[in-house]
Write a protein that binds this ligand. Sequence first.
Ligand code: AMP
Length: 396
Amino acid sequence: MKTIEDFNFENKKALIRVDFNVPLDTDFKVTDTNRIEAAKPSIIKVLEDGGSAILMSHLGRPKGVKNADLSLGHICKTVSEVIGVQVKFIEASVGELAEQAAADLKPGEVLLLENLRFHSEETSGEEYFSEQLSKLGDIYVNDAFGTAHRAHASTTVVAKYFGENKCFGYLLAKEIEAIEKVMQTGEKPVLAILGGAKVSSKITIIENILDKVDHLIIGGGMTYTFVKAQGGKVGDSICEDDKMELAMNILRQAEEKGVQVHIPVDVLAADDFSNDANTKVVDVDKIPDGWQGLDAGPRTLENFKEVILKSKTILWNGPVGVFEMESFANGTISVGNFIDESTKNGAFSLVGGGDSVAAVKQFGFQDKVSYVSTGGGAMLESLEGKTLPGIAAIIG
Ligand code: AMP
């Protein structure tokens, strides 16, 4: 794996794909600088080597049309503050203006290009547009994991115009290493905790992961499809009747592969999908009609704790309850605490994909787990076993 560490950028121009798709308030101020901070180490490395950096990103979904509200010009000041260098901004991504601005860059300087998605050629991965982009730098650095699952011009196609002069930035390299630690080189026992709403959205992950893990915890809304498939009564809980056969098949496959599956044994059930609903703890397979399971129960959490504490590698994707409502957040918070404890005991823990990161941040677990992925969709596709086009383009 070729990373930014393998290059000396002295007198070189690095064309860096970053993910500056940051939230803006109504005054166009950046409300969360995490993604800019995440790209900082790669940019600093280039500057400290004596090179210059040309930063390219998308912002929002302008769908190929110029849209002043989504100009990256709005974030230039914040990028300068975070990086500690006065960043130049140019209202172009390709063409004469961009080429001139890139050519004028001196070592130590940083140029931010306009929103790539003002051009429909970006998302269609058009060759000519990619070639135009490639003219701006000597070395291509991809540091945007959040878009690595897209075969766009700046994330994938552009790489082929750089020959050997292409690499992963620090952030993307860390993401790849974290995924490898779980999927390939993780110390045993390896545990995956899969929660979230539906079996259908996680099925490819489950099937792929059965070959990699020793234990599988199934939680959240997915639980009830498994329980009903085994003959349990799930009341009004979320359940995909058309996926019950699939659920049984997963359980059979797990048994064949020697994977221990841990499904909730009790749940906190509610008489309404509401924070103020009446609640009671019931066995997972005896949920009365009119009641729905919205969080993991106490005996379940004891079981989960035991598995989490004995695991040496842990992947967590998806909440084990409706964590957005305070009354049903306990299970997800407890799982986070168990992972925290296990990580302190030496386990490697990775959280990522879809909504998991939101849950982790809401409860302040981001500093307690080993790694929180920055890419929702990209992480899900990695866990499904897909090779991401942005990564394949560098590995070649
Ligand atoms: P996902 O994006 O698939 O990871 O699903 C996350 C969503 O699953 C969250 O918004 C949770 O509220 C939801 N969820 C978790 N447990 C349940 C449950 N028992 N019933 C309904 N929704 C749930």
